[in-house]
Design a protein around this ligand. Sequence first.
Ligand code: NDP
Ligand code: PMR
Length: 399
Amino acid sequence: MALQAAALVPSAFSVPKEAKPSASFKDSCLFGVSLSDHVKPEFTSAGLRCKREFGLRTGAVRAQTTATTTPSVTKSAPEGKKTLRKGSVIITGASSGLGLATAKALAETGKWDVILACRDFLKAERAAKSAGMSKENYTIMHLDLASLDSVRQFVDNFRRSGRPLDVLVCNAAVYQPTAKEPSFTAEGFELSVGTNHLGHFLLSRLLLEDLKKSDYPSKRLIIVGSITGNTNTLAGNVPPKANLGDLRGLSGGLSGLNTSPMIDGGSFDGAKAYKDSKVCNMLTMQEFHRQFHEETGITFASLYPGCIATTGLFREHIPLFRLLFPPFQKYITKGFVSEEESGKRLAQVVSDPSLTKSGVYWSWNKDSASFENQLSPEASDADKARKVWEISEKLVGLA
Ligand code: NDP
Ligand code: PMR
């Protein structure tokens, strides 16, 4: 159905990356969704409210339209602060796609010790080699985010290695758009939310202690978000839309036994579960910012790196989708970004001295200049962020 819809989109239709739709597109319908009802320009009351709230939280007014031309990732520490050692960065899911491209971009600078936190050690080793990464710039450590035991084990192993932790990048994800039935993590959570959100939630909560100890000039915790979790965008209005509802499924443990495997308590939908997990990722980043930025000085950030339509994320999609999705994104939505370019973008969020602002959701415009983007009302709902945090704490055994 999605493919049929894709084929129906007129080729003249062009929307800049995560931008507002053009006036001519605004009033059209997609999958029966009236976009003008959902995709609001920035000056709507919802947009303003959201912006005002965030401005108050961060103590600054966001300039969504002001893009900073992005400096190169090879720049080192902020002026006046000389880095005497390499930075130490953990990237989850660095065996392919965005994670691998980011690891490569950082390793190439020679200024980072990159820890590839991966579930498949051999795949990661082969990927790092074929990306041309030099041995002295990376280490592979085993991490399966679909097992909380593995997450705890990873943290132990990392600490035993004696390395400092300067930046943590929560990048790994699974996407099951064609699954008819849910699958589950080792602890029995629906797999997409269990891996993408709960696994990373435990990992980042535990490693916060390590980040706090870092003496690096800029310490950062980055959680990869997405446009498709943001219903203030066109892409976020492609059904099924993200919606965490009243969190009844999450509270119930997402086990699918006597409770729903979906956060909102609905019936299983793999594509929605992924988008919901991305909303959780973006909410978690903001809750971290609210609770810990002032006290620790750590920069908490999320981002939408662009549509990297060629990655392994779509491995479970039907072959025809995988064939048509890249040209659709390249020539029709114009949201396409190569793996290499997306890796440079995420590497900037890791290392660029000008991207130290905390609580920000970064995006890039057509010229690959970064800008602070606006999250949807749900993805910036402070109350929901706190509730997701509290329920997640219980589910992963931290409360
Ligand atoms: P890939 O599938 O290429 O990369 C995902 C990575 O996550 C792989 O390395 C995979 O490991 C790893 N992973 C999956 N499950 C686990 C697990 N249980 N434990 C540890 N690692 C795991 O996809 P992308 O590079 O596209 O995705 C990276 C991030 O970018 C995700 O957070 C995604 O949501 C986000 N994103 C992607 C977009 C896109 O257009 N592709 C757009 C917006 C955001 P393995 O190699 O072993 O399978
Ligand atoms: Mg989407 C501005 C338009 C835009 C952008 C930037 C994306 C990104 N997509 C856009 C538009 C559309 N998409 C339209 C108009 C359609 C209907 C034809 C459409 C469809 C579509 C499908 C079926 N798009 C998809 C899918 C997926 O299965 C992908 C997905 O939702 O994964 C969760 C996806 C994506 N579109 C994107 C991006 C970035 C994705 C995938 C990855 C992600 O969000 O993590």
